[in-house]
Design a protein around this ligand. Structure first.
Ligand code: HEC
Ligand code: HEC
Length: 467
C-alpha cells in the first residue's frame, strides 16, 4: 500500500505551502459568530492577509477590511493547472465561521473534508500530508472512515493500512439493504471484510461544498434530496449539516440556528479556476471564467458560454500568440462539450445542462458506468445483486440511487456534480477512479463511444482544466 504513495512525495512540500495558507491568516482573536455584521476586523491580522493577498496578486478591493481568520475573495490558490479561487457573497472567505468550527466531540469540522484549498473537497495528497504530519492522528483519521472500523488502528503502520482508502481521498459509506428493495445482495466480495449479503460498504469522494446555489439534488445518490424542496434545496442542506454533526462529527444534536448558519455559509461560496499556467486569467479579453462571474450565474439550462469571446481568437490579438492559441483551444473544448454527440445522440451538456455549472436541471441521476465491475480496483468491495422478480444479476461496487430507493431501475445512478473548480480537486467520479481529467475524457470515450480524435480530447481536457 505504501509504495503506491511514494511517488507523491515530491509534491508534499508544494502541498504543504498550500495547506498552510489558511493557517497563515489565523489570528489570536476570539471566534466570531456566523453573522457578518458581528465580524470584528483586527488590523494586525488584516494586514497579514493583505500582504498575502498582494504577494499572490489577488485583486480584492475588500482586502483592506478583511476580518481575522479569513481569505480575500478571489485569492488565487495553486493547483496542478494554475490557480483556483473562491468568492463569497459575504465579501471575504470566512475561515472562522461555523463551517470551520468543530461542534462535535471528535475534533472534526466540515472543512476537514471540504477544504478551501482543495476546491471545497479534499485531495488524497492533503489526506496523506495530514497523515505524515500527525502519524495518522489528525481528526480526519477516525475509525468511522477506516477501511473497517473494527480493525486495529493503534500503531502508525496499522493506521496507514487501516486508512488505505481514506489516504486516496475516499470515505466509507453504506448500510443495510432497504426494506422492500427489489433486489437482494446475492454475494459480497469485500477485501476489507465489512460488506456482507445484508450490508453494503462502499467508498466515495466528498462532493464540493461550493456553487451550491446551482445544485438540484443532494449527495451522490440523492439520499438527501427532498421532494418540492426549494432552489437552493435548503431542507436537504439542513438535514445534511445536522446529520453530519451528529454522525461524522459525533456531536450532540445542534441548535437549528447553528445548522442554518452553516447552510447560509455554504450557499455564499463560489469556486472556480481563475488562471492557467502559461496562459493567464480566465476572464481576460471578454471571457467569463473564475468564481466571481459564477456567483451571478442563474440556475438555467442552455449552452455553456464562458469562453465564447475566445472562439477563433486570432493569435496575438489578446496577449501573446501562444497564450491566445491556448485560449482558442479552451473555446474549442467548450464547443465539444456543448455540441459533440456520441452515437446515441448524447452530449456532455445533455446531462450537465445547468449552464456554466454542470449539475442536471431536472435533478436526474445517471448511470455512466463508474461503479461497473469492470472499473473495480482490487481494494473496492464488489457486490452481486439479484433482482427478486426476474432473477437477473448485476455486479456493482456501489448501487448509487438504488441503495436509497431499493429500485432496480435506479441501479448505479449517480448525480451530476458541479464541474467548476475541477483542477483543484482530483480525483474524479464518486469513487475517484479517474485520477486526471484526461482519464475522465477517456472514460467517456470508452463507455459512451464518443470516438474523440486526439485533438478533440486535448481540447476537451483544456476546457475542463479551465473550469
Ligand atoms: C469526514 C468527512 C466529511 C465531513 C467532516 C463533512 N463531509 Fe460533507 N461530504 C463528505 C462526503 C464523503 C460526501 C459525499 C457523500 C455521498 O454523497 O455519499 C459529502 C457531501 C456533502 C454535501 C453534498 C453536496 C452535493 O453537491 O450534493 C454537502 C452539502 C456537505 N457534504 C456538507 C457538509 C457540511 C455542512 C459538513 C459539516 C457540518 C460536512 N459536509 C462535513 C465528507 C464529509
Ligand atoms: C448520461 C449523462 C452524462 C453525460 C452524457 C456526461 N456526463 Fe459527466 N457525469 C455524469 C454523472 C452522473 C457524473 C457522476 C458519475 C459518478 O461519479 O458516478 C458525471 C461526472 C463527470 C465529471 C466528474 C466530476 C467530479 O467532480 O468528479 C466530469 C469531469 C464530467 N462528468 C465531464 C463530462 C464530460 C466532459 C462529458 C462529455 C464527454 C460528460 N461529462 C458527459 C453524467 C453525464
Amino acid at each position: 500500500m505504501f509504495s503506491r504513495f511514494v511517488s507523491v512525495r515530491p509534491f508534499v512540500m508544494f502541498i504543504a505551502v498550500i495547506a498552510t495558507l489558511p493557517a497563515l491568516s489565523v489570528a489570536d482573536t476570539p471566534q466570531r459568530s456566523a453573522s457578518p455584521s458581528s465580524a470584528s476586523p483586527s488590523s494586525a491580522s488584516a494586514s497579514t492577509e493583505v500582504a498575502i493577498a498582494s504577494s499572490l496578486g489577488a485583486a480584492g478591493t475588500a482586502a483592506a477590511f478583511l476580518p481575522p481568520q479569513s481569505l480575500p475573495n478571489n485569492l488565487p490558490i495553486p493547483n496542478q493547472n494554475g490557480f483556483a479561487a473562491s468568492w463569497s457573497t459575504e465579501g471575504f472567505v470566512d475561515l472562522a465561521d461555523d463551517f470551520h468550527a468543530p461542534p462535535g466531540t471528535n475534533g472534526r469540522d466540515c472543512s476537514n473534508c471540504h477544504a478551501v484549498e482543495s476546491g471545497w473537497s479534499i485531495t488524497p495528497l492533503q489526506v496523506q500530508l495530514k497523515f505524515l504530519l500527525s502519524g495518522g492522528r489528525d481528526p480526519i483519521f477516525n475509525p468511522l472512515d477506516a477501511n473497517n472500523p473494527n480493525a486495529k488502528l493503534e500503531t502508525v503502520p496499522e493506521r496507514w493500512r487501516g486508512y488505505g482508502m481514506l489516504l486516496q481521498g475516499l470515505f466509507r459509506r453504506g448500510g443495510g439493504v432497504r426494506t422492500g428493495a427489489e433486489y437482494e445482495i446475492f454475494s459480497a466480495d469485500d477485501p476489507h471484510g465489512l460488506g456482507t449479503t445484508t450490508n453494503f460498504s462502499f467508498f466515495r469522494r466528498p462532493l464540493a461544498t461550493a456553487n451550491m446555489t446551482l445544485i438540484t439534488g443532494l449527495m451522490w445518490d440523492d439520499r438527501l434530496t427532498v421532494a418540492n424542496d426549494g432552489r437552493p434545496p435548503r431542507q436537504g442542506l439542513f438535514s445534511q449539516a445536522r446529520g453530519n454533526i451528529t454522525g461524522a462529527q459525533q456531536g450532540a444534536p445542534p441548535l437549528d440556528s447553528l445548522v442554518n448558519a452553516i447552510v447560509d455559509q455554504e450557499l455564499m461560496i463560489s469556486h472556480a479556476q481563475v488562471s492557467i499556467f502559461g496562459m493567464g486569467r480566465l476572464d481576460s479579453c471578454g471571457a467569463r471564467g473564475g468564481p466571481e462571474h459564477l456567483a451571478t450565474q442563474q440556475l438555467v439550462t442552455g449552452r455553456w458560454d464562458l469562453f465564447d469571446a475566445w472562439i477563433g481568437l486570432v493569435p496575438g490579438s489578446c496577449t501573446t500568440p501562444s497564450a491566445d492559441r491556448k485560449r482558442a483551444q479552451i473555446a474549442r473544448g467548450q464547443e465539444i462539450f456543448n455540441e459533440r454527440q456520441n452515437p446515441n445522440g448524447g452530449k456532455c451538456r445533455g446531462c450537465h445542462n445547468v449552464v456554466n455549472n454542470g449539475t442536471n436541471f431536472a435533478g436526474t441521476l445517471f448511470d455512466i458506468g463508474v461503479s461497473a465491475a469492470s472499473r473495480r480496483t482490487p481494494d473496492m468491495p464488489l457486490y452481486t445483486l439479484r433482482n427478486l422478480a426476474t432473477g437477473d444479476l448485476v455486479q456493482t461496487t456501489d448501487p448509487g440511487k438504488a441503495f436509497v430507493t431499493g429500485k432496480w431501475g435506479d441501479m448505479n445512478r449517480f448525480k451530476a456534480p458541479t464541474l467548476r473548480g475541477l483542477s483543484a480537486r482530483a480525483p474524479y467520479f464518486h469513487n475517484g477512479i479517474a485520477k486526471t481529467l484526461r482519464d475522465v475524457v477517456r472514460h467517456y470515450d470508452e463507455v459512451q463511444t464518443f470516438g474523440f480524435t486526439h485533438q478533440e480530447k486535448d481540447d476537451l481536457v483544456a476546457f475542463l482544466n479551465a473550469l
